[in-house]
Design a protein around this ligand. Structure first.
Ligand code: AMP
Ligand code: FE
Ligand code: FE
Ligand code: ZN
Length: 274
């Protein structure tokens, strides 16, 4: 069984529509695949239908943008009741804040690089969640950079003077909200320190106390040493160890199935469905 629990479509910052992500998953010989767009669930219906056609088991998921004492945290949530008002409220507020934030970043960037908000919007027409990758795509189209990664390295990273943060719920509240609506929360790429600040282990202990179900140990952004350390922490805290690709289509080098979740780990998550 090949299980990949973290992928993105054009609903957020992936480059393929939900159905195409599912077809690509079948070509990558996956058996189980989750769609986890940033702060949006609007890809589920299309993905579920395409997954059924391709003979795949579909897991409805989300990657909730969170924060804790100023550090950005991504929280995966599986099988939440997306009609729950608390859940809808949480992600709607973040999506609205993301638009203001992206406009502010474009305003700052445009002082040094010719770029308009309309150009960014043309790269997010299929998206419910606007993010820095769409700004990157507009800058690539303008010829300012060759790739998304180059745009992040020069202007879009968290330490850049063009960077603006956006509202996001505190991660302990987001864990509680996910649990309330039957979701199963997993901390995405907890050790990805090359992309920004990460939280200390003490915060992971607090997250576990708040209802966290798992740690995404096996992810491209973690070294073998980090995986070993995070796996030990997961064991110590009784958390499920997951592994995933964090596929973004052509938007990232990550390939479907490059990291996988074991059958036992997946069963342990499924057993916690509300
Ligand atoms: P945002 O959600 O607007 O804060 O942008 C964060 C998203 O940008 C992440 O989910 C990644 O998909 C992408 N990202 C972050 N860092 C990089 C990077 N160095 N290169 C390419 N994409 C990145
Ligand atoms: Fe992303
Ligand atoms: Fe993420
Ligand atoms: Zn992701």
């Amino acid at each position: 069984m090949r299980i990949d629990l973290h992928t993105h479509s054009t609903v957020s910052d992936g480059t393929e529509p939900p159905a195409e992500v599912m077809r690509a998953a079948a070509r990558a010989q996956l058996d189980v695949v989750a769609l986890t767009d940033h702060d949006a669930v609007t890809g589920w219906e299309e993905a579920a239908a395409a997954a059924a056609d391709a003979g795949l088991t579909f897991v409805p998921g989300i990657e909730v943008s969170c924060r804790h004492h100023g550090v950005s945290i991504h929280l995966l949530g599986y099988w939440p009741d997306a009609t729950s008002p608390a859940f809808e409220h949480m992600i709607a507020e973040t999506r609205a804040a993301r638009v203001d934030r992206a406009r502010q970043m474009v305003h700052r960037i445009s002082a040094d690089y010719p770029l308009t908000w309309d150009e960014v919007l043309t790269h997010a027409t299929a998206s419910d969640t606007v993010g820095r990758p769409h700004i990157a795509d507009a800058m690539v189209a303008r010829g300012h950079f060759a790739t998304r990664d180059d745009a992040f390295a020069e202007v879009l990273g968290g330490n850049s003077r063009y960077y603006v943060p956006h509202y996001a719920p505190d991660v302990l509240d987001a864990i509680a909200t996910l649990r309330t609506c039957g979701g199963v929360p997993v901390f995405a790429h907890p050790g990805a320190d090359a992309r920004g600040r990460v939280v200390p282990d003490a915060v992971i202990v607090d997250m576990a106390d708040a209802g966290l179900a798992g740690l995404e140990v096996d992810h491209r952004d973690h070294s073998p040493q980090q995986r070993e350390r995070l796996a030990a922490l997961a064991t110590q805290l009784g958390l499920v160890r997951t592994g995933s690709s964090d596929y973004h289509g052509a938007g990232k080098v990550n390939r479907l199935g490059e990291n996988l979740t074991s059958v036992e780990a997946f069963a342990a998550l499924e057993a916690q469905r509300g």
